[in-house]
Design a protein. Sequence first.
Length: 152
Amino acid sequence: MRMVMTQSNPGRFSVRRPFVLPVTVRHADIDAQGHASNVAVLAWMNEAAIAHSAALGYDAAAYRQAGGFFVVKRHEIDYLRPARLGDELLCATWPSLMRGATAQRRHEIVRRSDGELIARGVNTWAFVDVTSGRPTRVPAAILSAFDPERFI
C-alpha cells in the first residue's frame, strides 16, 4: 500500500512544500533494460497528481460537481538516472501555473536513499466542461486550492 504525504521540503526538491507520494519500484515497472520504464515514470507522476488533487479536496466526484475536469495536453519528462527494482522513490508534485483554462504541474522523482534526481517533468492540462468537453475557465475555488504560491 502506498502512503501519501505532504511535507516541507527536506532539501530534495525545487520547491519548499511539494506534495510527495512515496513509491517502490516493482517488477511490473521494469523494462527490458533492467530499469524502471518511461511508462512507469509517467504513471507515477500521474498517480501523484491525482493523489494531490484528492488531498486538496478534488477527487472525480468533486470535479463533476464543479462542472469540469482536467485533461492532459502535454507531458514533458527528463529521464536523468535509472531507477531499479526495489528502489524507494519520492514522487513530488506541485502546481506551477493556473491561467484561464490551462494548468501546469511540475514533478520531481528522487531516490529516497541518496536523494538522486531520477526524473523531472512538467505536464500541461486543460480544464474542460463536463458536458461539452470544451475548454473552460478554471473555477475560482479550484484556482484557490491549486494556487502555485502555496507550494513554492
